[in-house]
Design a protein around this ligand. Sequence first.
Ligand code: CP
Ligand code: NVA
Length: 304
Amino acid sequence: MKHLLSLKDLTTEEIFNILEMAKKLKYELQNDIEHKILKGKTLGMIFTKSSTRTRVSFEVGMVQLGGYPLFLSSQDIQLGRGETIEDTAKVLSRYVDGIMIRTYKQSDVEDLAKYGTVPVINGLTDLFHPCQVLADLLTIYESKSKLDGLKLAYVGDGNNIAHSLLYGCSKVGMDIAVATPKGYECNAEVVKTAKEYAKLTGVNITITEDPIEAVKDADVVYTDTWVSMGQEEEKQKRIEIFKHYQVNGELFSMAKEDAIFLHCLPAYRGYEVTSEVIDGPQSLVFDEAENRLHVQKAVMALLL
Ligand code: CP
Ligand code: NVA
């Protein structure tokens, strides 16, 4: 394993190794057991989009591992003034031991990996958010003590989160049902690839426009914002189109009685989810956010 550009890069076994490693690192942190396994290593963190969780969890995680994180906002580095990804990759590779990047185009992340000589971690693109879904899988694993055989329902926009969930669930043996409105479906290429993984693991992938069909008998109900970063201008139109895809108490009650609710955050209460659900007893969104820290430490420990 050299890069984490999408969950395509990880085998099922590697995903479970990361989850086990994350559990171990979480235990060590909670019990004050030193785990400075990246002493002296540096991570460059390029951001061309906003972030709370990704920035803080990578930065704090690197410090806990004994390493040194550098926050590189595109507003401050020459990339933001037109220096190429290729040159940025070549230059940063001379200074740092790994690069995490959050940006728009997946191809920029891939170019960074292609032209650089250090591991690259995708901290979200328009197409994927692999670190988020590793944290989601850890949260589900901790809550249900297994992944294999469970069903996850994703309701809302066919976005980066939905794409990474399709890969993640199909690789670990979880059924996944995705309900999106017409015109906002998941990327067809991603669905096709996920279906190939699903064939190998015996998983069912359901693609539907009907949120009730998706949520029925689900162990995990997941949603995300209707307006992702970069889509701000479409906000009013999207709110109208997505209004029947809200995860509210009524929809959530169609899932299994002991279903859990997940959301990558940031959440917009009253839009994609009601407060009744996200602030209710079956919501694990803050454990999920915490798990970003543990799972990314595992990723960095394995890659850097
Ligand atoms: N879930 C997530 O990636 O959050 P941030 O945008 O705050 O990093
Ligand atoms: N789909 C959202 C996820 C934010 C973590 C976005 O891309 O803005």
